[in-house]
Design a binder for this molecule. Sequence first.
Ligand SMILES: Nc1ncnc2c1ncn2[C@@H]1O[C@H](COP(=O)(O)OP(=O)(O)OP(=O)(O)O)[C@@H](O)[C@H]1O
Ligand SMILES: [Mg+2]
Length: 252
Amino acid sequence: MARRIAFINEKGGTGKTTLVLNIGDYIARQGQKVLLVDMDPQGHIGKSLGVDVQCARYSIFDVLIEKTLPLKDAILPTCNGNLKIVVSNKLLTDLTINIAKDADRHIKLKEKLDEVEGFDFILIDSPPSLGLLTVNILLAAEEIIIPVSMTYLALDGCAEIISSINLVRKNFGHEGIHISKVIPTLYRDTPLANAVLNRLMAHFGEKLSKTVLRFDDKIDQSQSFGKTVFEFAPNSEGAELLANLGKEVMNL
Ligand SMILES: Nc1ncnc2c1ncn2[C@@H]1O[C@H](COP(=O)(O)OP(=O)(O)OP(=O)(O)O)[C@@H](O)[C@H]1O
Ligand SMILES: [Mg+2]
């Protein structure tokens, strides 16, 4: 069965999508079969890989509202043969209204992922908010990775996610869920960034990734060119750091 890993932080812009894309691509380059599932209405996974997310035949929204539509029908290929994606678009904003009365509204994503075969890793990208989408993600995933950019508010978003995880464990009996890594992102050597990093180390200890994802312009640029950093700038510092993070996630 595939390892299901969700990348979550309620705070926006902490590097969730960047990590899902690049760690996913790295792991796929090691010969593992990887599926990226975009659960963010911003649709950044498809957009960052040059896919027109409005024109995809099926998005994750269609899969979640249509009982008989299997997730496999929404899977799209990428340039990397081992890396597949399910895209999202702004229709997903309406999911809550569409499924509000369904008894299984909290486990729609889990039910669909349970049917999928042939992958070693399923990585889920999340919106920068809490709500039914996030509950679906938390109930579908076993492992949670929290990217924390080196700001006070990202630390706050991290605390919110930890309490959501505890709620999901308690209210839905999802005992398997756990935080597998906390990844410092967008790091620059400033007093505030170092203070946040020290707090993360004190709180998370071994769960904090050994690699700190420094700010690297090539990472930002690669997204705007519709490529992962391994395609766009394989010899950059950003590619090296993301490869190290990919290794850490693979070896958990
Ligand atoms: N290490 C880095 N160095 C430079 N730029 C980065 C780095 N990590 C991410 N970025 C850039 O920062 C921006 C935010 O990153 P990203 O989209 O991954 O965050 P996010 O958490 O997914 O945001 P959202 O909450 O809006 O979905 C993007 O433009 C991305 O290219
Ligand atoms: Mg994102």
